[in-house]
Design a protein around this ligand. Structure first.
Ligand code: SF4
Length: 202
């Protein structure tokens, strides 16, 4: 599939997503967050769901966690953010109640309802490596109940695509941010990805 075809197919799914009412999250969203990036990306990042800033802007990873993810991509991997693809398991923001006060991970019902969109994104983009960020996306992609602390830094597999689980940037920020040993762990995981891809910084 060439880049134009991929782009067209992704846009068509994005249009479906924007009208989707398959789970309760549609009732509280400002807008859907489909994901963004290069349709031909070699690396696809998958988080759990949009947060407040993402819900307001319609873009994935644009708050503080987004800034950290962008640094990981641009400084750690040495490529522009636009060269990878960034998506979430759910395309609408999960919050603890209907007041939009606090984020939470997507529940099982929401994950089941929304994941077909993600699976279609993966199929079209066909990345060389998937990096899952945090528990919900790692557990969904690797079909496990194991926690991220045990899974990070070890290669998994999703239908032949190597999967590297690592911590969600929000978790790193909540646990010390730049000074956190978790950040060093993320860099280590990224190095494994670079080695796998044969990219220069490895
Ligand atoms: S989270 Fe996914 S399944 Fe639920 S309403 Fe939004 S787009 Fe539809």
């Amino acid at each position: 599939m060439n880049t134009l075809d991929k782009s067209d197919k992704l846009q068509s799914i994005a249009s479906e997503v924007s009208k989707c009412t398959k789970c309760k999250l549609h009732t509280t969203r400002t807008q859907t967050v489909f994901g963004e990036g290069n349709p031909d990306a070699e690396v696809m990042f998958i988080g759990e769901g949009p947060g407040k800033q993402e819900d307001l802007t319609g873009r994935p990873f644009v708050g503080k966690a987004g800034e950290l993810l962008t640094r990981i991509i641009e400084k750690g991997m040495g490529v522009p953010r636009e060269s990878v693809f960034i998506a979430n398991v759910t395309k609408c923001r999960p919050t603890v109640d209907l007041k939009f006060d606090k984020d939470r991970p997507p529940d099982e019902e929401e994950t089941i309802a929304c994941s077909p969109f993600l699976l279609r994104q993966i199929e079209i983009i066909s990345p060389k490596v998937i990096i899952t960020l945090g528990n919900p996306s790692t557990r969904f992609i690797l079909r496990t109940q194991e926690g991220i602390t045990k899974l990070r830094g070890k290669w998994g597999d999703f239908h032949g695509i190597p999967v590297m689980p690592t911590y969600h940037p929000s978790y790193v920020i909540r646990n010390g941010g730049d000074n956190s040993p978790l950040k060093r762990d993320v860099w280590e995981d990224v190095k494994l990805v670079l080695q796998k891809l044969g990219w220069k910084r490895a």
